[in-house]
Design a protein around this ligand. Structure first.
Ligand code: NIG
Ligand code: FE
Length: 412
């Protein structure tokens, strides 16, 4: 049901990050405005007004109302790093890993990412569209109202472009991960990049907003990543990198040099990388569900934040390293494993994640003029978002002023 005006009333709390220079860092990353006994008025898909109930004026005309008693409201969550477009699953590999095989060994043996490449190529465009829609519904259940998704499991022209179209059709923010792995039909990364840049980039640049590359041993080295990213930048794409997941190869310097939007993972980043990121505008996207899922060390998030780096958190939802679509769970991990405060975790998966996606002026806050994307939590203190580990606490999800999950509003 599309509603022109929606009033969420009598909320126990309304919590939203406030700081205004994006991306948020330092003190500003901790600034969350909390209003008790609050309302939010949405008009035509945007937030028109927020405040305390006692300051709510008389509303003439037709207004749909949602009863917020006992609930708290936070901005709709923004997942700025997912690989939601894939065929098949990797439950067999998960079982092998649980009894000792390492992710890198499986990758080197032609399993891992390449096994998902085989399943994704076999899925067909319709199958991929169905997969992205299904995964989008999973994310929405946990309050993700804006999601990014990458290609990267096709690695041939048709499947990469079909992936990008499937993501766009499902309403995702589209990233071309054209340099995720070297597919078996190519003799080395350079030969594959020759093909990808000549044959796929021209069309991919019309469908995607950003490009991404996996800088790692067994994937792409820094010089190959530079070549790929410079070509993508020249084609008008924003730049992102998977860097320092297992090995520090120099991806941070490259990200800073090229003015990338983000560098993601950073489990292996040391002091120098932390300093370089803190002095830059590149957002460090932390993926604690992936480190947990692979039993790897967590990135040094506290050091990054304390040094002044801008951080975001995301799920990294994918079939191999993080089969997890829940940002509330990631917020719990951000607090318990990355040692961020609940305030920092909230800013990291709302405002800063929106900035990574080039949408910092439109989503990620509950403030007048922003898209009316709101999550209602069954808790009178919004920090239950992170506190309730794996908890079923999302009572309603509002996207562009429309209740897309949960409580039905009453017309008044
Ligand atoms: O971000 N590290 C590279 N890519 C993904 C995992 C891909 C996979 O295992 O299928 C990641 O963790
Ligand atoms: Fe990833």
């Amino acid at each position: 049901m599309t509603l022109t005006r929606l009033l969420v009333r009598d909320l126990a709390q309304l919590a939203t990050p406030t700081g205004d220079e994006l991306p948020l860092r330092g003190q500003a990353l901790r600034q969350v405005d909390v209003v008790e006994d609050a309302f939010v008025l949405c008009e035509d898909g945007r937030i028109a007004e927020t405040g305390r109930m006692r300051d709510l004026g008389r509303l003439g005309g037709e207004v749909a109302e949602l009863d917020g008693r006992g609930l708290s409201a936070v901005p709709g969550l923004v997942d700025c790093h997912t690989h939601a477009c894939f065929g098949g699953d990797r439950v067999e590999e998960f079982a092998l890993r649980s009894s000792g095989a390492s992710y890198e060994e499986l990758h080197a043996a032609g399993g891992g990412i390449l096994s998902t490449v085989r399943a994704t190529r076999a899925a067909g465009e319709e199958g991929l569209s169905e997969a992205v829609s299904r995964h989008r519904a999973w994310m929405l259940r946990w309050g993700t109202t804006t999601f990014e998704a990458k290609s990267g499991y096709g690695l041939d022209r048709d499947t990469e472009l079909a992936s990008l179209r499937a993501i766009a059709d499902a309403g995702g923010v589209v990233t071309w991960l054209g340099a995720h792995a070297v597919p078996p039909e190519f003799d080395g990364a350079d030969a594959y990049l020759d093909f990808a840049l000549a044959e796929v980039l021209p069309e991919a640049a019309k469908l995607a907003e950003a490009a991404d590359v996996f800088v790692e041993r067994g994937a792409f080295d820094v010089e190959q990543a530079r070549r790929y990213l410079e070509a993508c930048r020249d084609a008008g794409l924003a730049l992102r990198l998977h860097g320092d997941q297992f090995t520090e190869l120099g991806a941070v310097s490259l990200a800073v040099e090229l003015g990338a939007r983000s560098i993601d993972h950073l489990e292996a980043t040391g002091d120098e990388g932390i300093r370089a990121l803190a002095a830059s505008g590149v957002v460090a996207v932390l993926l604690p569900a992936s480190a947990l899922f692979l039993s790897r060390p967590m990135p040094r998030a506290r050091d990054l934040v304390d040094a002044g780096a801008a951080v975001a958190v995301a799920t990294d939802f994918n079939p191999g390293s993080a089969f997890c679509e829940s940002l509330p769970l990631v917020c719990s991990l951000a607090c318990t494993q990355l040692h961020l405060s609940p305030e920092e975790a909230l800013a990291a998966c709302t405002v800063n994640a929106a900035h990574v996606l080039g949408r910092g002026a439109a989503v990620g806050r509950i403030a007048p003029g922003f898209d009316a994307d709101i999550l209602l939590l069954e808790a009178s203190d919004w920090r239950h978002l992170a506190y309730h580990l794996g908890g079923d606490l999302v009572r309603a999800v509002i996207r562009k002023g429309e209740v897309v999950r949960g409580a039905e509003p009453a017309l008044r």
